[in-house]
Structure formats: structure tokens, C-alpha cells
Design a protein around this ligand. Structure first.
Ligand SMILES: Cc1ncc(COP(=O)(O)O)c(C=O)c1O
Length: 373
């Protein structure tokens, strides 16, 4: 085994030397063309934050700001738009009656699925676990979706959504996979590739043609991380960056799985990082997380709230999940054992860091800081 836990023993942290050398095949190129043809499509900003580079002791820091993606305040519509397109193109062959797109959601994914259903003349039914902010639930209802609130955690909402999707003319569009349900989540992961392609282009414009040295990714079930790993571990050229996953301490199923060496479920608790509040890694993400991820860390809510406030002071408005990327990198680079962890991440004073801010404050109003003025 090559993995190790922080020498301090205090920090919920995992590192796998050698992950940068792992390789996989790339996502299909037509995803980008599909998104580019959507009426609301525009690349989201990649904003450079020099004060953050100074604080973190690296060369340049960029934030990929997903606070407005395809008209919604989180990155998730990239995955659901492509997956729903694939699902419906298959159904055209079998009939064109309206279908009900069923999903479980911590907020953002369900809102994106409901938006797609409404735009395309179909129905949506979202199962929402406890702990999702009422405004996030209201935003799904506003997309004309039926909402069932579940008195249990995310994994329970997924189970109920899968049961409901067994009805005629219903299709489960879930952003996590398990044995026997992997094709549609696979399309959702493919959809996220557009975000990475945009980063490459934007870094090139900023004079960085080799790509980043480190990318920090907020993680719930690991589907977004799977897309990021796929992108950076399948590139024919350019440097292989260090990939860092950041989870909520209340729901660190990927960190627990990496530590155990196999996928495990954890009991989750309340967190302001609602989109990260998932207890089980996606089955199709696991091989990528296991082999291609360099490091994983888990952070408490207070760190995410502080990161959101600090980003807002620099003009980048992030919700709690979006701010988690900065909070995670800060956690790794400070405190006991920080020097060892910096070395494990391969960071030096010239390194280029990209933080994925996956949602804006409007996606998840749990945040009391970082709100857009
Ligand atoms: C804003 C936000 N960031 C990150 C994530 C994590 O994505 P994944 O569950 O694919 O790891 C989610 C998931 O819902 C999310 O809503």
C-alpha cells in the first residue's frame, strides 16, 4: 500500500503518492459541442486571486466560479443537461410521450434536472433529504417539479427515488451510481468535462499552457471528482496536476473509503455544505478516486464559512460547497504536519492552483457569509 495518513494524526487527511502517474481514457469530445449549442451556454469565469496566492505560498491561484452556469447557481446543470439529452434521444425511438425524470438531491442537481424537464416539456420528481435549506427546496418547486421531502439522509432519498422511478414512463436521473445503475450517472460525469475543458482554455489565455499544478475539488459522492480525474489523467500532453478532494467532515465518505482501501458508507450529520452531504461514494467514481486522486481532506463548516467570506472580500461569491475547495487547501497547508503535506501535494512557490467553486451563495442560502451584495 502506498497511501499514508498525516503524521500529525490530527488532520482528516489521506495521500497517495504515485496517483499522478495513473492514466485512463478521456471523456467523449461531443459533450463540449452539445453544451456550446445550448441557448444559455457561456464559459464560467476563471478568476485570478493574487492575494490568495500570497497567502498560500504558491505562484498563482485561480477560482473557477460556477455561481452562474446555464442560468442556475451551481455547476450541476452541465451533467444533467447532457444525461437528459442522452436519455431522451434514446426514448424518441420508443415513443415521445412526456416522461417523469426522477432524482434524489441535496438541492443543486434536482433543480437542474427539474429545469431540464420543464424546458423540454417533461415532468420531474425530486426526493429531498433532511437538512436541505427551504429556499433550495422552493427553487426546485419553482421549476414545476413535484418534491417529496424525506425524513432521512441523502442515501435514503436516493433509495426512495430509485423505487419511484420503477413506475411506467419514469426515468431515474441520478448523479451517483451503484452496481446495476451506472449508465446514466456515467453520462452525468461526462457532462462535467466541459468545466475542465474551459479551465484549460482559460489558463492558456492567462499564459499557462501546461495546465495547473493542483486542482482542489469539493466532493460529495465523487462524480465531479471522477470527471476531473478523467480529464487530467487522460490528457495526451501537459503536466499531470495534483488532485485534492475536499469533503465536509460531517459526510467524508471518500476519505473514509480511501483510508479503508474499499468503498464504505458513513453515517452523515448536518452540514452547511448541503451538496457534499452524501454517505456513499459513487460506484463508478471509486476506481478513479482510488487510483487517480493524490490527496483527500475533510473540513468543518466553520472553515467553509470563513473561506466564503474571504472569497467574497476578493469579489468571488461562493456558497458553502464552493468555498470548501479553498478551505480544504488551507487546512492542508497549515497546522501541524503542513510541511509534509505540502511536499505530498508537490507544491512550490511557483505552483499554479485552481480551486473549483462549484456553487454561488444563491444555490445554498445556509451561508451567512459571502453573500453577493
Ligand atoms: C455545489 C456542489 N458542489 C460539489 C458537489 C459534489 O459533487 P459530487 O457529489 O459529484 O461529488 C455537489 C453535489 O451535489 C454540489 O451540489
Amino acid at each position: 500500500m502506498t497511501e499514508n495518513v498525516s503524521a500529525s494524526g490530527l488532520m482528516p487527511w489521506f495521500a497517495r503518492p504515485g496517483a499522478r502517474a495513473w492514466r485512463c481514457t478521456s471523456a467523449p469530445a461531443e459533450v463540449r459541442t452539445f453544451h456550446a449549442a445550448l441557448p444559455d451556454y457561456a464559459p464560467t469565469p476563471l478568476t485570478e486571486l493574487p492575494p490568495m496566492a500570497a497567502e498560500l505560498g504558491v505562484g498563482r491561484v485561480f477560482v473557477k466560479d460556477e455561481s452562474c452556469r446555464l442560468g442556475l447557481p451551481a455547476f450541476k446543470a452541465l451533467g444533467s443537461s447532457w444525461a437528459v439529452h442522452r436519455v431522451l434521444s434514446e426514448r424518441v425511438v420508443s415513443g415521445d410521450e412526456p416522461v417523469t425524470l426522477v432524482t434524489a438531491t441535496d438541492g443543486n442537481h434536482g433543480r437542474a434536472v427539474a429545469r431540464m424537464a420543464r424546458l423540454l416539456g417533461h415532468h420531474a420528481h425530486a426526493f429531498v433529504p433532511q437538512g436541505v435549506h427551504p429556499q433550495a427546496v422552493a427553487a426546485i418547486v419553482a421549476e414545476q417539479a413535484e418534491v417529496t421531502e424525506v425524513a432521512g439522509p441523502y442515501d435514503e432519498a436516493v433509495r426512495l427515488a430509485a423505487e419511484a422511478a420503477a413506475a411506467p414512463d419514469a426515468v431515474l436521473v441520478q448523479d451517483t451510481a451503484w452496481p446495476g445503475y451506472e449508465r446514466i450517472p456515467g453520462w452525468i460525469v461526462e457532462g462535467y468535462a466541459t468545466l475542465c475543458a474551459e479551465i484549460d482554455e482559460q489558463l492558456t489565455v492567462a499564459g499557462i499552457v501546461e495546465g495547473p499544478d493542483l486542482v482542489a475539488v469539493p466532493v460529495g459522492v465523487g462524480s465531479l471528482a471522477q470527471a476531473v480525474i478523467t480529464h487530467y489523467r487522460s490528457r495526451p500532453s501537459g503536466r499531470a496536476p495534483t488532485l485534492l478532494s475536499v469533503e465536509a467532515e460531517a459526510a467524508a465518505c471518500v476519505l473514509a473509503s480511501l483510508t479503508a482501501g474499499e468503498p464504505v458508507s458513513v453515517t452523515t450529520a448536518d452540514t452547511i455544505m448541503a451538496g457534499l452531504n452524501c454517505g456513499t461514494p459513487s460506484s463508478i467514481a471509486w476506481p478513479f478516486l482510488h487510483r487517480g486522486l493524490d490527496a483527500a481532506v475533510a473540513i468543518p463548516d466553520a472553515d467553509s464559512a470563513r473561506a466564503a467570506a474571504d472569497l467574497a472580500a476578493l469579489g468571488v461569491y461562493a456558497g458553502p460547497c464552493g468555498a470548501a475547495a479553498l478551505a480544504g487547501l488551507r487546512a492542508v497547508l497549515t497546522g501541524r504536519g503542513a510541511g509534509t503535506r505540502r511536499t505530498a501535494l508537490g507544491l512550490d512557490p511557483a505552483s499554479v492552483v485552481v480551486l473549483l467553486s462549484t456553487e454561488g451563495p444563491a444555490a445554498n442560502p445556509h451561508s451567512t457569509t459571502g453573500d453577493r451584495p
